[in-house]
Design a protein. Sequence first.
Length: 289
Amino acid sequence: MHIVVVDPSRVVLKVISGLLTPRGHSVDAFTDSREALGFVTDNASVTALITSLEVRPIGGLELCWSARLLADAHRPLYIITMSSARNARNLAEALDSGSDDFIDKPPGAEELYARLRAAERLTGMQRQLIRLAETDALTGLLNRRAFLQRVTEATDRVGAHGRLGMILVDIDHFKSINDQHGHDVGDAAIRGVSQELAEEAGGIAGRLGGEEFALALPGRSLADAEATAGRLRLRCTQLRFKGSRGPVQLTASFGVSEWSEGETVVGLLKRADIALYEAKTGGRNRVVS
Ligand code: GH3
Ligand code: MG
Ligand code: MG
Ligand code: MG
């Protein structure tokens, strides 16, 4: 696991790191709890936080609470509180502040290892659940809910003067692919198009529904997104799928929009959808923005 350890004493930090590192854990140790919180915030690879109650400038309980909030939104984080004063009140306060476990300081090696094995079991399971909840089973892309959430976070990140391009994609006459070649070929076509979207570097790709996809491009303008959609359109026409009566081809239509400050992601998608509708009524196999 990637573990952050926080304690005012360098000696304690050294002892704990000395126990964890030989077991294959990667450890970052901090005497300053604010620096530790910053590090946990910035590094999604951190899966466990071991902190003393007696840390500063942010106290141990507040550190637990802040780390818990951050973890709830995004990722599994197992929090273990340590204290040299192990009593019922400290324990209850630590658990109520979002800690998952409470151990003596300094912890005994065997106990620490066992607690971390439990932590690995739990965070592994959480990771798996998060992945299942966020991914579309057929394509491996983000599902609609996760896509909306991810893009909302991206618009928060790019800020007032940042840009974000949105491309909505819908396979043309997909119903007839299913009807003529069967559902399996239809599924292969959906996977093929989704793979093209997934390969777009820096993009956030999602499957919004049956044969409808979206690709958000943080940091990119409308013109950039149009160019990307143009390339994707061409690549879709070059895809080939094995049908019972020879290779199957497809085309797709594209609607493009650019996020403007204060707009919701639903609003942004709505504008891309209007463009997509124009692409459909204008003859399909085209990009409209
Ligand atoms: P248009 O060019 O206007 O987009 O027409 P279309 O036929 O592509 O659109 P329509 O919305 O009429 O048909 C979508 C079809 O997609 C209907 C549905 O049965 C099929 N579909 C939805 N999900 C899946 C899936 O997971 N696999 C397969 N094979 N088909 C699916
Ligand atoms: Mg349709
Ligand atoms: Mg369609
Ligand atoms: Mg559709």
